[in-house]
Write a protein that binds this ligand. Structure first.
Ligand code: SAM
Length: 264
């Protein structure tokens, strides 16, 4: 267990998520080709940014000319994103809501999305219950327009689960690839603090600048686990899996991306 003495525990909602986002330019340089190849298929796409957080990617999508609806459960985060949108003069439609309720909004049925994205190990990692994951994925799928695309990314569960003994013994060092991650800067780190049941891992998100940390329990999945989820929720859909936004499987990767296409 890493030593957290001198660090103050805060709630996950209070965490300065921006500190964990890393350098936006670097992040988008890595994601660019994959995300742009999706955006190019549509003319001024309507995009749902699920788990927008403070909006790092949301604002980039707006600047690229997308119509964006940003969704997050945390009201504080949604307020921050709204204020920033006002400052930048960008037309963000920010909603405080739970992903699990997205499917029940008649408004979205009437006006579906060309693209649904969830960046930064968000959907479905924050859902601990298998039935919730299946139901939510189905719900999101229903909000996609014909020929729409759903993209979500998840941390490399094969590493986190496969190396659990080494990581549990010395998480801060055994999980050290975070410094090169697409999603972490140099001021903050996140690592598994405890392995709970059913692929749920308690992560420690630690900010070295203000010496705070928060705990968050996340569903950690291998690519097989995600394949099973997709299959059970949507049947035989066509989807691609990328590693670190590339098609090649390198020796190690931080994130896998799942790109699902609605054929109808
Ligand atoms: C890791 S942050 C990702 C933020 C942003 N996408 C990024 O990459 O920087 C995950 C976000 O998911 C939100 N979240 C977690 N569970 C949710 C749920 N059930 N419905 C909506 N948002 C949720 C949290 O409030 C948090 O802002």
């Amino acid at each position: 267990m890493a030593d957290l003495s001198g660090y103050r525990k805060i709630s996950h909602a209070e965490l300065d998520i921006a500190a964990f986002d890393g350098d936006p330019a670097k992040r988008w340089a890595i994601m660019q080709e994959t995300v742009m190849s999706i955006l190019r298929r549509y003319e001024r796409p309507r995009v749902m940014d699920l788990a927008m957080g403070p909006g790092l990617d949301t604002f980039h999508l707006l600047e690229l000319g997308c119509e964006v609806v940003g969704i997050d459960l945390d009201g504080h985060t949604v307020d921050r994103a709204r204020r920033r949108a006002d400052e930048l003069g960008l037309p963000l439609d920010a909603r405080q809501m739970d992903w699990r309720d997205v499917a029940s909004l008649a408004e979205f049925h009437a006006h579906p999305f060309d693209i649904v994205v969830s960046f930064g190990n968000s959907f479905p990692a924050y859902l601990h219950d298998d039935a919730d994951r299946v139901r939510t994925l189905r719900g999101l799928w229903e909000e996609l327009a014909p020929s729409g695309t759903l993209l979500f990314d998840m941390r490399n569960g094969e590493h986190i689960l496969g190396e659990r003994s080494a990581i549990a013994a010395d998480p801060e060092h055994a999980f050290r690839f975070e410094r090169a991650s697409t999603y972490l800067g140099n001021r903050a780190m996140a690592y598994p603090g405890a392995y709970l049941d059913h692929n749920i891992v308690r992560f420690i998100a630690r900010n070295d600048v203000d010496q705070t940390y928060a705990e968050v329990d996340l569903w950690v999945a291998s690519r097989d686990d995600v394949a099973s989820l997709i299959h059970r929720a949507l049947g035989d859909v066509d989807y691609d899996t990328l590693m670190d936004y590339g098609p090649v499987h390198p020796g190690h990767y931080d994130f896998a991306q799942y790109i699902l296409r609605n054929p109808s």
